[in-house]
Design a protein around this ligand. Sequence first.
Ligand code: CP
Length: 336
Amino acid sequence: MDQFFSVQDVDNLEEIVAEALALKANPYAYKELGKNKMLGLVFLNPSLRTRLSTQKAAINLGMEVMVMNMDKDGWALETRDGVVMNGTTVEHIREAAAVMGSYCDILGIRSFPGLKDRDEDYSEDLFKKFRKYAAVPVISLETGTRHPLQSLTDLITISEHTALTSGEIEDHLTSIPGKPKVVLTWAPHIKPLPQAVPNSFAEWMSRAQAEGLVDFTITHPKGYELDPQFTQGAYITHQQDEALKGADFVYVKNWSSYSDYGKILTDGEGWMPTNAKLGLTNDAMIMHCLPVRRDLELASEVLDGPNSLVIQEAGNRLWAAQAVLKRMLESLKRKG
Ligand code: CP
């Protein structure tokens, strides 16, 4: 593996989930693999979970880690080609990425979308250029359109409560028999948020559905349709109550409009999941990538309740990152 950007970078979902769960059971089994290898994490935006879990994953594998807060400590970055840099930008991505690639064996980058120009955000120009000029394996730490470490984590978390990984892991928690019904529901927010997390969750769950692992439903108000490239095969409804009926997992997330790009179209009254709403489900477990705005996006009674998986889910970020880093280190080792 020399890139982790989308679900397409994973050949077999069940294998990588099993690998992550094996690492969870035995975190230091590969502590020699990353010896004398350097991971560089580049953040153009804030982060708690991605920053800490990816560092810990690297340390578990014996790697050293450097973190660059590009937004605060770096030079203002130019990504356009052919421009005279006589404005506010100071360093071109061609040099910045190449230099960081010369210091590191693997790089990760987080870059949120501007939510102003859809074509620009969805072109993933920054990630592609970073990857090209860094010339080392690159992990997306969330970009304009996707958050693959989060989505792999979400699949791992769902699998811990189902039989997705064929019961190969000894301490596997198997409580839901058969194929679980997974529902992604839009929830209210006061700020326009990117579509990266729901796009990515939809992309991974659509693939899981195509492989017979889950049944996948998406619910949101009119106008919040995601880019169809991410939702192939999903059942999509504007009726949240209909979607929640019989759900085993409810994934809660706000996003801004894709069609009216970056806009908030409704205050979303009635869309915040509460215990009453979850009464419609099959005693569903509740997921959210965090951070979450309590009692705006998700009711405190749900977050603090027995069906909330949010802390377990955030903890699993470590094993997703470790599985991806392990695969990249093994590729580097094969190449010598
Ligand atoms: N879920 C997630 O990516 O969290 P952070 O933004 O804190 O990294």
